[in-house]
Design a protein around this ligand. Structure first.
Ligand SMILES: Nc1ncnc2c1ncn2[C@@H]1O[C@H](COP(=O)(O)OP(=O)(O)O)[C@@H](O)[C@H]1O
Ligand SMILES: [Mg+2]
Length: 211
């Protein structure tokens, strides 16, 4: 079972709905250790993606992802715009020409999203950022795929489970990157907003593939 182009489009539309529904929640998380705009940023960015998707949804998957990254880059202020922008642009470039994704292609998507975040933000594991969701998620996906004979759904389930654990693990971390790092010790005890939006994104992908 592969992931069809239509499902990638549904995913992006669903992320827009999920970010709208979680706008207050993400902003509340960011008010504890940042500047209370993460929900607003994510909502604005994916609203823009959703509104312009009809113009570019007929392209191949690589093109859709790359254009999504460009929309995020241009519409989201704050650290998360360039981070998610690079994440989607990089995965789009790696998947140029694809009309459907198999299990290995989905690993390419996840890996390149993660590498885009690293390229842009230079986070290390444990810095209390979105990277603490993407890194364990990619690792769990790769591990699961090698054990289950490249089953997309089962591998993605493992990835989302790891993403959820990664998100929760940020609570106890001391922030070393981004605005939260200005708080030092006081950042401990709060869940990272970007880690949370990343988890929501991955969960939305699983939901789309699972239905
Ligand atoms: N250098 C970085 N590397 C990776 N992720 C980062 C970095 N800096 C910030 N982030 C992520 O961005 C999130 C904050 O996004 P947002 O609130 O939209 O931007 P800003 O911090 O500019 O207000 C953080 O919760 C964190 O996950
Ligand atoms: Mg913020």
């Amino acid at each position: 079972m592969g992931v069809k182009k239509e499902e990638i489009v549904f995913w992006l539309e669903r992320v827009a709905e999920v970010m709208a529904a979680n706008r207050e929640y993400l902003t509340e998380l960011d008010s504890a250790i940042g500047d209370a705009d993460h929900g607003i940023n994510m909502h604005r960015g994916f609203d823009k993606v959703k509104a312009s998707l009809p113009e570019y949804a007929s392209g191949d998957i690589g093109n859709i992802l790359k254009t999504t990254g460009m929309k995020l880059m241009s519409s989201v202020g704050g650290a998360s715009g360039p981070l998610y922008g690079t994440c989607f642009m990089r995965s789009g470039m790696a998947l140029a020409g694809k009309e459907e994704l198999d299990c290995a292609d989905l690993l390419v998507l996840l890996k390149n999203c993660t590498e885009g975040i690293v390229q842009r933000g230079k986070p290390n594991p444990g810095d209390k950022t979105m990277y603490d969701v993407w890194l364990p998620s990619v690792q769990a996906y790769e591990q699961a795929a090698s054990e289950n004979g490249n089953n997309v759904l089962a591998s993605l389930q493992a990835a989302v489970q790891a993403a959820r654990e990664g998100m929760t693990a940020t609570i106890e971390m001391l922030a070393k990157k981004g605005r939260a790092s200005y708080l030092g010790e006081r950042s401990v005890g709060h869940q990272d907003p970007g880690a949370t939006s990343s988890y929501l994104m991955l969960q939305a992908l699983l939901d789309v593939i699972n239905t």
